[in-house]
Ligand binder design. Structure first.
Ligand code: NAD
Length: 282
């Protein structure tokens, strides 16, 4: 497994297993297969409603907690200074762990600068090792940078060959922020996977188009956690470390037309404003 060095001195595995839109039952069924296939980095969130199941599977694996890299994310309802510390403690309880490897602010709405300061305290208290942001644009990231004593280690945003985020990367270059890709395979978009450049490179390297895309991410410095319930894909997605694309091939992929699948709205959408009871999960 290739790892990336983050700007806070911690190390992050470049490939993880994402459990977005997986029910607790699906996590119980498929996360053990991913662990068996070699995954040790797990990406969950309060809003995925499956942290308790993740905690149970990790505990049951019998593998040392220290070998895992576990990420979760806070939701805007808990960003206020009076709620955020409790939300971090509750996240640890649901995941049945003493610390998180990485904690992100999931959505760029509400009192996120207050939450950032509480997350910094959680780092000082040893509850969280690294902290970062998700779905923040340049202006909102700058607001956090303006109050931050700890620079975000990670920015998790939509990234794939149709949306390479080179603009955001240029903005954060001097801060050495590690980028994490959501929708790394285009959320299963058949058009992306069928781009002729990936078919040609797959043929050249004896790989699948998905592996070519994931290898592009790796060489771009992006952490990925492609979602799959299919054990063949699980094995394939982590088997990208023994070949490399040339600079010309990287440039050809980066020349694909750019468009995001999802525009992060400036104002909070309804699903973000809805209040949730994170403990109400199996
Ligand atoms: P993805 O790009 O990982 O696509 C998943 C799709 O790709 C599925 O349909 C799957 O069957 C298919 N697939 C997986 N491996 C394949 C392979 N080897 N060959 C062919 N097809 C393959 O998109 P996603 O699941 O939406 O996102 C991945 C992860 O990103 C999530 O699990 C979650 O952890 C994270 N995420 C974060 C946010 C955020 O707001 N921070 C938003 C969305 C997703």
């Amino acid at each position: 497994m290739i790892t990336f060095n983050m700007n806070d001195g911690h190390v992050i595995p470049s490939v993880g297993y994402g459990v977005y839109l997986m029910s607790p039952a699906e996590v119980e069924a498929h996360l053990p297969e991913a662990i068996e296939a070699g995954y040790r980095h797990i990406d969950t969130a309060n809003a995925y409603f499956n942290e308790k199941a993740v905690g149970r599977v990790v505990r049951r694996s019998g593998i040392d907690r220290g070998e895992f890299f576990i990420t979760s994310k806070l939701f805007p309802q808990d960003y206020g200074a009076e709620d955020c510390g409790k939300a971090i403690d509750a996240t640890l309880r649901r995941l049945d762990t003493d610390y998180l490897d990485l904690l992100l602010l999931h959505q760029p709405y509400g009192r996120y600068t207050e939450a950032w300061q509480v997350m910094e305290e959680a780092v000082a208290a040893g509850k969280v090792r690294s902290i970062g942001l998700s779905n923040f644009n340049q202006a909102k990231t700058q607001e956090v940078l303006d109050v931050a004593s700890v620079t975000p280690a990670v920015l998790q945003v939509e990234i794939h060959p149709y949306w390479n985020q080179h603009g955001m990367k240029a903005f954060l270059k001097d801060r050495n922020v590690t980028f994490e890709a959501w929708y790394p395979l285009g959320h299963g978009d058949a058009k992306l996977l069928a781009e002729p450049v990936f078919a040609r490179l797959a043929e050249k390297y004896g790989r699948t188009p998905a592996q070519i895309i994931l290898r592009w991410h790796l060489q771009e410095g992006n952490v990925v956690f492609p979602k799959t319930l299919n054990p063949v894909h699980m094995a394939e997605n982590i088997d990208i470390f023994d070949f490399s694309l040339t600079d010309d091939e990287m440039a050809e992929i980066n020349a694909l037309p750019q468009r995001a699948y999802y525009d992060v709205p400036e104002e909070a959408p309804a699903f973000v404003l809805q209040h949730n009871d994170w403990d109400a999960q199996e």
